[in-house]
Design a protein around this ligand. Sequence first.
Ligand code: C2E
Ligand code: MG
Ligand code: MG
Ligand code: MG
Length: 281
Amino acid sequence: RAKEAGRGTFAFFEESLNERAQQRRQMENDLRIALERGEFELFYQPLFDLEKDRIGSFEALLRWNHPRRGLVSPVEFIPIAEETGLIVPLGAWALRQACHEATRWPDHVRVAVNVSSVQFHRPGLQEIIVQALGQSGLAPERLEIEITESIFLEGSEATLKLLHTLRTLGIRIALDDFGTGYSSLSYLQSFPFDKLKIDRSFIQNLLTRPGASAVVRAITDLAHALGMETTAEGVEERGQLAELRNQGCSSVQGFLFSKPMQAAEIIRLLDTAPARSASAA
Ligand code: C2E
Ligand code: MG
Ligand code: MG
Ligand code: MG
């Protein structure tokens, strides 16, 4: 009987695995078509500069307007896009679109675009960026790319070389989700990032978990000693904002200020509240 039950469980497990594989193939197909049909859209979330007391940049965040499923989160489709290599054309589109959109914003406002490790290690990223800047006319200094620690898992010499090449183009480079990855502090020495983005998990625990505050302070102090700015991700509460301000964090991003918005909303926001201050959030 036990054996039967075991087999039943296994059959059930196998079936759900098949179902998942099927859903994945479906999503892969849908992604290809979506790219052709232009079903992707960039939302933008402000990063509030605490020193200048104004919006310093917007992070571009991909959304997929799926014809049947509605708005699909990048958490769902980015991993599949990475596995299938579709992240390369999709990421190129995001770079072009974000640069184009940012030309409509005031000159002091930058745009930050996420670049996947897969995209980073494929040849042609430099050309894609140069083209996005050239076609839009956006000043390179107004583009920031966000990469994660995972880019260092592969051939670190080539990685550093590309980072330096991108830097010479004039663009800025931020290290995203800092503290969650394969954290080795050695690469902070080997490349001068413009910014460390402190992962949301640390901010979430900032006021509740003993030690979280010390960790955030250590990251902030280290970054600043190395000449890097810091952004706290996922700021949702006033108390967190106060603590981050106190710790000297350069900028903050999170639902306390704004959720990611559509491009048209940004234009309205910049028109109506150009100097909306963090204290008013
Ligand atoms: P990320 O780059 O770390 O982006 C920040 C994520 O945190 C966004 O999720 C944003 O909506 C969310 N967030 C911001 N503030 C808060 C907050 O206060 N509370 C909470 N709970 N969440 C907050 P989103 O838009 O779902 O994106 C998830 C991830 O997908 C991104 O994480 C990034 O890794 C990836 N992604 C998004 N767009 C792109 C893209 O164009 N290219 C690539 N390669 N990856 C992208
Ligand atoms: Mg990011
Ligand atoms: Mg992040
Ligand atoms: Mg993240």
